[in-house]
Design a protein. Structure first.
Length: 396
């Protein structure tokens, strides 16, 4: 096994159990290693610190599999790690009975580059790093054994794979395509999952609890759902008794799926739903000119800042969309505003929202801080894992 020897004092992150080793921390590679190979990680004094997956094409030069120098990285290792990750979800009462659950949340579950979401008896797997890609077969076998799922679909086509020099990979890796479209039920609402062509693994499971909260707040209110995708927030608002829900997205196919989701729920008042295909920023400016207002607004935009290098430009976009939101909010109204950008921390995001409220001339307060659901844990040694952050704010 090749050995990755660190520069002096660069082993501190390993001692803190942070899973990433950046290129600047690596002194040299002893021996030969291909992308994804397991390497031993040594301090500059040649003390064995653990084992990691080697990524020569990435600035994250290695991702730690284990901080235990005695632990081997083999099929048994992945069987154990996957089973433990699945068991963690089974131990959480709020996840019991859910049709859609994230089973593996990458670094925060001790499996860097591995994401697995279960939709009924279908698991969608996403491998985003060279190490995870290398152990595909072992990971799939471990998932099947731990869950008893009927099928596993690989959806390894995210842009981050390119950082490790990996090509996109999609398709069935266990079982066959189901005869019927995959659907889940979430808080009494039926939703279709397009795991082959939709965003991420087909659905945003991380917003499950926040969608339920919206439903609790929506009774009798006019709701504006921006960047609505396939209508998860919109349908919960209707289920919660909203008087009218206007949903906006720039994607026609996403809105078609949203309408199909509404049709899957004949108990919901379809006449209270309005769907608009448009650029959200321009649509909100038009609403402002028309003098329209809403009692409850959801701002859940796509990732504006994939890394801290994009933070400044992203901050302007978050400022603009929140400014428009405040201008359209009725006095005493509520706004759910989110950032899923890893390059924007919660403190910066709160400052951005505060600046938007100030520029809009609104006196606003945080009613609740919002985050990802319980199946999207954040490792204490890996704060970068807290990508989704949100605020429920009320404005006078």
């Amino acid at each position: 096994m090749a050995q990755l020897v660190l520069f002096p004092d660069k082993e501190r992150s390993v001692h803190r159990r942070h899973p990433w080793l950046f290129a600047g921390a690596v002194g040299r590679l002893e021996g030969r290693a291909r992308p994804g190979d397991t390497v031993e990680v040594l301090s500059d004094k040649l003390k064995l610190l653990g084992r990691a997956a080697y990524s020569p094409n990435s600035q994250v030069r290695a991702r730690m599999w284990s901080f235990d120098p005695a632990e081997s990285i083999d099929d048994v290792f992945f069987k154990r790690r996957v089973a433990l990750s699945v068991a963690r979800r089974a131990a959480l009462p709020e996840l019991r009975g859910q049709d859609g659950v994230r089973l593996i949340h990458a670094e925060s579950d001790g499996l860097p580059g591995v994401i697995a979401d279960r939709y009924g008896d279908t698991v969608v797997l996403q491998l985003t790093s060279a190490g995870a890609d290398k152990w595909r077969k072992a990971i799939v076998n471990a998932i099947v054994q731990a869950t008893g799922c009927a099928r596993v679909y690989e959806r390894s086509d995210s842009d981050v794979r390119a950082l490790d020099g990996l090509e996109p990979v999609t398709g069935w890796v266990h079982g066959e395509a189901p005869a019927e479209p995959v659907t889940i039920e979430e808080h009494g609402v039926r939703l279709g999952v397009d795991f082959a062509g939709g965003h991420k693994t087909g659905f945003y499971l991380d917003q499950r609890d926040n969608r339920a909260l919206l439903g609790q707040l929506a009774a009798g209110k006019t709701v504006l759902n921006c960047f609505c995708y396939t209508g998860g927030f919109s349908l919960q608002a209707l289920a919660g008794g909203a008087s009218h829900v206007l949903s906006i997205d720039s994607s026609g196919p996403a809105l078609d799926q949203a309408r199909a989701n509404l049709a899957r729920n004949p108990h919901l008042p379809a006449e209270r739903a309005e769907w608009l295909e448009a650029d959200v920023f321009q649509a909100l400016r038009d609403f402002r000119k028309e003098g329209r207002t809403f009692d409850l607004i959801v701002l859940d935009p796509p990732k504006f800042a994939p890394s801290s290098a994009h933070a400044e430009r992203a901050a302007r976009a978050y400022k603009d969309i929140n400014l428009l939101g405040f201008k359209l909010l009725t006095p005493g109204g509520l706004m759910m505003t989110y950032s899923c950008s890893g390059g924007i921390g919660i403190e910066l995001f709160q400052k951005i929202v505060a600046g938007a409220a100030l520029d809009a001339g609104r006196d606003a307060r945080i009613v609740r801080r919002l985050a990802g659901a319980a199946d999207h844990p954040v490792g204490l040694a890996y704060p970068e894992g807290e990508y989704l952050k949100g605020l429920l704010v009320q404005a006078d």
